[in-house]
Design a protein around this ligand. Structure first.
Ligand SMILES: Cc1cc2nc3c(=O)[nH]c(=O)nc-3n(C[C@H](O)[C@H](O)[C@H](O)COP(=O)(O)OP(=O)(O)OC[C@H]3O[C@@H](n4cnc5c(N)ncnc54)[C@H](O)[C@@H]3O)c2cc1C
Length: 379
């Protein structure tokens, strides 16, 4: 039986596990292990692929991880990807039903912490940016220009390539159930055992379940299902340059997606960890909202629908750090709805905490505190 020792075993090849494995591979021996046949088959492959600096920007951890990740996404290291990782999209937040005072209060709070200010547009200007917007939804809106589509596939592939180039290993189709013995974590795999003093739990919605299987106390992380559909845009408009459009009350969002329109009813249903499937009712809500918001939208057929899990800690802040009670057990979980847009900075932070080399200088300069995301806050 083959026995192989590594410095670190990373479990789960979504965006979290892949990015941290790639960062670690520059300084130590690492293996990334995934249960499915390919990386990114769960939440990572099902996201809306958006980079939105204002999204939950009142949470300093999420705001600063987003800002530092933006630096990487806008200007990745030479050779990381053949394609640009970001494509500018912009975000219109429709202020239907929001009083001018509430809008100004909200803007002031956001602009106090954002790098690029959001401005309020009058309804006439909103109509110019989105000519198909229905009268029912026509209102003033916030315009955030620093919002982008993320090329999730290229980002994931860039990290997979970096992992391989630095001698890291990737193993798929292996359901990891680790045990701690004699100062190391041991992972039985087909035909052998991998061992390492450090194991990284990057199993997304399964993070608590994975911890329990390793006899580590779960943290009460909650996966929540979110749905998206693809429909044909209204025929009379060229939708490709439309912005991402969000209702202020978060009842829906939509954006162009490769010639189609991606629509989400922004649902959040508690779910066990699983291969999430869309619910008919959420598909119907998404269709209804889009039809109400867009003139000329006829939905004869849903071209594609899917659901994925966004996993949250009780304070909606990611959990990044060593478990205070289980030796060598590193949490990399609870990224909620931010796991793609915060990946580059979060991976650097996690690699710094694991290896002890400080390579998260940009985060430090921004005033980031590792305590904000530490699992120690659960004990
Ligand atoms: C509809 C939707 C829209 C979203 N939109 C955005 C967005 O616009 N921007 C953004 O930043 N984020 C967005 N998100 C959130 C983002 O997708 C997640 O935060 C992110 O993908 C989480 O990545 P992860 O690596 O933690 O989890 P995952 O991608 O789920 O990866 C976890 C992996 O662990 C593997 N695994 C689990 N248990 C084991 C085991 N025992 N052994 C081996 N492998 C195991 C799983 O198979 C899986 O591949 C969205 C999510 C959804 C569902």
């Amino acid at each position: 039986m083959q026995q192989v020792a590594f410095d670190v075993i990373v479990v789960g090849a979504g965006m979290a596990g892949t990015s941290v494995a790639a960062e670690l591979s520059e300084r130590c021996s690492v293996v990334l292990i995934e249960r499915e046949s390919h990386p990114a088959m769960h939440s990572t492959g099902r996201s809306a692929a958006s980079f939105i600096p204002s999204y939950r920007a009142n949470n300093p951890a999420l705001r600063l991880l987003t800002r530092a990740s933006g630096t990487f996404l806008k200007s990745p290291p030479v050779g990381f990807s053949e394609h640009a990782l970001l494509k500018t999209r912009g975000l219109l937040t429709l202020l239907k039903g929001v009083s001018p005072q509430a809008s100004q209060r909200g803007l002031k709070q956001l602009n106090a912490v954002l790098e690029h200010s959001i401005v309020e547009l009058p309804a006439a200007d909103v109509k110019k940016r989105l000519p198909a917007l229905s009268n029912e939804w026509l209102s003033a809106a916030w315009w955030e220009s620093d919002v982008h589509d993320i090329d999730v596939h290229s980002l994931q592939q860039g990290y997979m390539r970096a992992l391989a180039e630095h001698g890291g290993r990737f193993l798929s189709s292996q359901h990891v159930q680790p045990h701690w013995e004699q100062g190391a974590w041991h992972v039985p795999i087909d035909g052998g055992i991998f061992s390492a003093p450090i194991i990284v739990n990057a199993t997304g919605a399964w993070a608590d379940e994975f911890a329990a299987s390793a006899k580590v106390k779960p943290l009460g992380l909650q996966p929540k299902r979110r749905t998206a559909i693809l429909v044909t845009p209204p025929a009379d408009y060229d939708s490709e340059g439309w912005p991402l459009v969000l209702a202020y009350d978060e009842s829906f969002y939509f954006k162009p997606d490769a010639g189609m329109l991606l629509v989400s009813p922004v649902d959040e249903h508690d779910s066990p960890p699983c291969d999430a499937q869309p619910d008919e009712l959420d598909i119907a809500y998404a269709s209804d909202f889009a039809i109400q918001a867009l003139d000329g939208l006829v939905i004869n057929r849903i071209a594609h629908s899917w659901a994925g899990l966004r996993t949250f800690a009780h304070d909606s802040t990611p959990v990044i750090g060593f478990d205070p009670t289980a030796p060598g057990f590193f949490w990399y979980a609870g990224q909620g709805g931010h796991g793609i847009q915060i990946a580059p900075a979060t991976a650097k932070l996690a690699a710094a905490l694991i290896s002890g080399d400080d390579n998260s200088a940009e985060l430090n300069d921004l005033g980031f505190c590792a305590e904000w995301v530490s699992p120690a806050r659960f004990f």
